[in-house]
Design a protein around this ligand. Structure first.
Ligand code: OXD
Ligand code: MN
Length: 611
């Protein structure tokens, strides 16, 4: 299928090490894809769903101990420990290679090794990159076929001498002669998700699940790609990409970084509640951005499908996702209904009277446990989403007007604020935090700093990553997107969520676009620029003036607490912390000190036209 010698050598040396019974090259054909799905059914890994309910769709139950990304088993094996930085698990590359060699030795015995050539990004795009994953999991083959572009057309694009990222994956459970396979083979005692940034290699052992095993996604498109992006002057980010068309027909594109489970897929497929607005999706999880010939930052979605969290996805919260999932999809760790369909919490307003839960047990609404695993997932082709923008596969990417950061914060962070500059925006991204668990009424949940939502995904020292952001800003100058920091999750002191969220977030996006067009003035606060309350479209919302004030005000006491917490966090990076960020923190503190009044209320402050 290929004359690329590097690739042939890679396949042969991995075959010799892992000793599979056979090697199958994935060609990307419909016929081969169907036979892979059928082999999963024959092996007991998957069941066909009722074809009248979900044509060509599978239901899969994983091993109950293999249900999520394993951050504590994820390693960055850079030559120097400091290049991985304090937020990553570092492992010595030579030691890790030794460990992996013995783990992978014969690990595919009795199994098939599949060769998946995949392209992240539209084929032929200057922003795209090719990888090759060797895996013994048909589930991985099927999922990679949906979420990336695979097969003969990728090999053709690779040519005889093209470069590719090397990805090796094994479930870590050789099948001895005469023994029966289990439905979900894995090796829970020996999970290793390892990255070698200098050689752009990924070796993953023991888990068959999601980001641990579909190596094109988090491992390649974020951890390895972030290193490539640093070296080559582009950006690999944990961001959705969305297209907005105003009632007047003005088109803008935004990229937005939110930690996992903060509603990225919902924002990427938003159904606007304000008449006249149109929202279209480009991507829901990852953005690769490069300067175009016009000097603007252009983004592509490197993926071709969605691997989304199922619970909470329903007709009310995300009808476009629901429509995407109607066919040709794989559902993992969801519950099943008596008529052969899937169900999860939040899919419908009330649950069916009887289900089989994600572990295969009978389930009824009063049984006191969730029917679907909280991290149950759908894997579905992006092309099936009814609101994909026609240009979602444009090789040139789309020009980004605004970058949004956001997290889940009950207090401190206002509904929306604009950064004063790219440098200030980088600072706001670097201090991003999100509550790990839902806060009890009136109490703040445990806060985890998740800079640019990249904490689990940055393949190198986070302080160097911030330095790279600053450098990109200097290169792009006035062409850089404006940066905004949003928080849909603010609560009143008595624990009430203040903002309706979902489709009403268009109101915030509308203000952001008007700022980008210099159509509206903003209110200067010690932290950033917030809307004048009258400039946020709240028509038709049941939002009291007091609640609106609370959503937009800057409370100095809370922000001074934030300054202390960020200072302690920054200390972890020692001398690698860029001076510009240390200065931004000092500037923030002195602005807060100068403004000692406990509250900076937008209604009492002067408006400014500058940013
Ligand atoms: C994801 C994640 O799966 O961020 O997208 O965990
Ligand atoms: Mn994600």
């Amino acid at each position: 299928m290929t004359h690329n010698q590097e690739l042939l050598d890679f396949v042969e040396s991995t075959r010799a090490l892992c000793r599979p019974d056979r090697v199958v090259w994935i060609d990307g054909s419909e016929a081969q894809y169907r036979s892979i799905l059928q082999s999963m059914v024959d092996a007991g890994t998957a069941k066909w769903l009722n074809p009248e309910k979900r044509p060509n769709s599978l239901h899969v139950r994983s091993d109950p101990a293999d249900v999520a990304r394993v951050e504590d088993r994820t390693f960055i094996c850079s030559e120097h420990r400091d290049d991985a930085g304090p937020t990553n698990n570092w492992a010595d590359p030579a030691e890790m290679r030794k460990t992996l060699r013995s783990l992978f030795d014969g690990c595919m015995r009795g199994r098939t090794m599949y060769v998946i050539s995949f392209c992240m990004g539209p084929l032929g795009s200057p922003i795209a990159h090719i990888g090759v994953e060797l895996t013994d999991s048909p589930y991985v083959v099927a999922s990679m076929t949906i979420t990336t572009r695979v097969g003969a057309r990728v090999l053709e694009a690779l040519g005889d001498s093209g470069e590719f990222g090397r990805c090796v994956h094994s479930v870590g459970k050789p099948l001895e002669p005469g023994s029966r396979d289990v439905p979900w083979p894995c090796n829970n005692e020996n999970k290793y998700i390892t990255h070698f940034p200098e050689t752009r290699e990924i070796w993953s052992f023991g888990s068959g699940y999601g980001g641990n095993a579909l190596l094109g996604k988090k491992c390649f498109a974020l951890r390895i790609a972030s290193v490539m992006a640093r070296d080559e002057g582009w950006m690999a980010e944990h961001m959705l990409i969305v297209k907005l068309t105003s009632p007047e027909g003005r088109v803008s594109y935004m990229a937005a970084a939110f930690p996992s489970a903060c509603g990225k897929t919902n924002l990427a497929m938003l159904t606007p509640t304000v008449p006249g607005w149109k929202v279209e999706c480009i991507g829901d999880d990852i953005a690769w951005m490069r300067f175009g010939s016009d000097g603007r930052l252009r983004a592509v979605n490197p993926e071709a499908g969605f691997f989304g969290v199922a619970p909470g996805t329903g007709e009310k919260t995300n009808p476009n996702a629901v429509a995407t999932l109607r066919r040709e999809s794989i559902f993992t760790n969801c519950a099943t209904t008596d008529d052969g369909d899937v169900w999860w919490e939040g899919m419908t307003e009330s649950p069916p009277a009887h289900l089989i839960d994600w572990r295969g047990r009978d389930w009824s609404p009063d049984c006191g446990r969730p029917a679907a695993h909280p991290n149950a997932r759908f894997t579905t082709p992006a092309a099936q989403c009814p609101i994909m923008a026609p240009e979602w596969e444009d090789p040139a990417g789309v020009p980004i007007d605004a970058i949004l950061f956001g997290g889940r914060r009950a207090d401190t962070v206002p509904l929306v604020q604009e950064a004063r500059s790219w440098r200030h925006g980088t600072f706001l991204g670097s201090i991003m935090g999100s509550e790990k668990t839902a806060a009890a009424a009136g109490k703040v949940g445990e806060l985890r700093r998740d800079p640019m939502a990249m904490l689990p995904f940055c393949g190198y020292n986070m302080a160097d990553y911030w330095a790279h952001w600053l450098k990109m800003g200097l290169r792009g100058g006035d062409n850089m997107p404006r940066i905004f920091y949003v928080n849909w999750f603010a609560k009143s002191p008595d624990g009430r969520i203040l903002w309706p969220g979902f489709g009403d977030n268009i109101r915030v996006l509308e203000w952001i676009i008007r700022r980008c067009d210099d159509e509206v003035k903003a209110v200067e606060t010690p932290v950033g620029l917030v809307p004048h309350p009258g400039d946020l479209n709240t028509d038709g919302l049941n939002l009291s003036a007091d609640d609106l004030t609370r959503l937009l005000e800057i409370r100095s006491d809370e922000w001074l607490g934030e300054v202390d917490s960020v200072r302690a966090y920054y200390k972890r990076f020692g001398t690698r912390l860029p001076d510009a960020l240390a200065h931004e923190l000092e500037n923030l503190e002195s602005r807060l000190d100068a403004n000692r009044a406990p509250t900076t209320n937008p209604t009492t402050l002067r408006a400014t036209g500058t940013s």
